[in-house]
Design a protein around this ligand. Structure first.
Ligand code: ATR
Length: 286
């Protein structure tokens, strides 16, 4: 890396932030493209988020990513947010406009769609129902992408039904029927589905495996897990054995970074095999 008088800057704000793989991701792209830029971790406590975001233009930063616990609070601080990100209720990317104002985006929506398209190019959103497990921030981004792709039906399954009902209400759209199912009905919800996405933390290293009987899921269905440590979760291992096409969570992590990078550094980037391998080396199970 070469730091000159013209180095372009971006970073990630979180509290804590040291676990984030975004510096490895963005600095890989900077290096690969020979861009005079740097992407740095920015540890920012919640009470200083507004100050820190407002300082970006003054410090010459092109923008930043946001991680836990800032994704929701930042939505109310930035000057502009696209309507879908507002309905998701979170932003993970901030772009400093030429006039110094702040634009917020949710690139997890893009990340989910692109990683699924990359892994299964023939994915057809209208092929059948999608089953989404979980109702947190990641679930909202996944469902927003399915709504944007005009998926006809989403079955949303969550342990806390009220939380799922709030997601269904916030993301309601005429083209997509979002129905809520209790956790106890997760296996039955798979009947005839074309896509299953796990957005819960179950299956993550250090957590319990996701216990779900896949026998009602048609063999042609795609199974995706957004957990990426380990890369092959127990869910994906079982699905692979049953002959499903499986999509691991690393692709979503890589693709969600692209819109921010392109806006800050002015260069289009891709989630290559080489990038996957480089980021994989940073994924050490806890
Ligand atoms: P994120 O914002 O990353 O999606 P989150 O908001 O913490 O994360 O959401 C975690 C999801 O995993 C939730 O849907 C949670 O269910 P609840 O809404 O009922 O809390 C789900 N989850 C976590 N542990 C679970 C468990 N042991 N069994 C079932 N679901 C679980």
């Amino acid at each position: 890396m070469r730091i000159t008088g013209r180095t372009r800057l971006a970073g990630i704000m979180g509290w804590p932030v040291s676990h984030s793989r975004s510096p490895a991701l963005h600095n890989f792209w900077l290096e690969q493209n020979g861009i005079d830029g740097a992407y740095v971790p920015l540890p920012v406590p919640p009470e200083r988020l507004e100050q820190a975001l407002r300082a970006l233009p003054a410090l010459g930063f092109r923008g930043c990513n946001l991680t836990i616990p800032h994704k929701r609070d930042a939505l109310d601080i930035v000057d502009r947010v696209d309507p879908m990100a507002r309905r998701v209720g979170a932003i993970n990317t901030v772009i400093v406009a030429p006039d110094g104002s702040l634009e917020g985006r949710n690139t997890d929506i893009f990340g989910f769609r692109e990683s699924l398209r990359e892994a299964v190019p023939e994915w057809e959103p209208a092929a059948g129902s999608a089953v989404v497990l979980g109702a947190g921030g990641a679930s909202r981004a996944v469902i927003a992408a399915l709504v944007e792709e005009r998926a006809p039906s989403v079955r949303l399954v969550n342990r806390t039904v009220g939380r799922a009902e709030a997601v269904a209400r916030d993301l309601a759209a005429p083209q997509t029927d979002i129905s809520v199912r209790p956790w106890s009905e997760r296996a039955a919800a798979l009947d005839g589905a074309a896509l299953l996405v796990n957005t819960t933390s179950l299956g993550m290293s250090g957590e319990a495996a996701l216990a779900i009987d896949l026998s009602a899921l048609p063999r042609e269905a795609i199974v995706m897990d957004i957990v990426y440590v380990p890369l092959e979760t127990p869910l994906l291992a079982t699905a692979r054995q049953r002959g499903h096409r499986v999509v691991d969570g690393l692709g979503m992590l890589l693709h969600q970074g692209r819109p921010g990078f392109e806006a800050w550094f002015g260069t289009a980037v891709r989630a290559t095999r080489e990038l996957r391998a480089a980021i994989l080396t940073t994924l050490v199970p806890r």
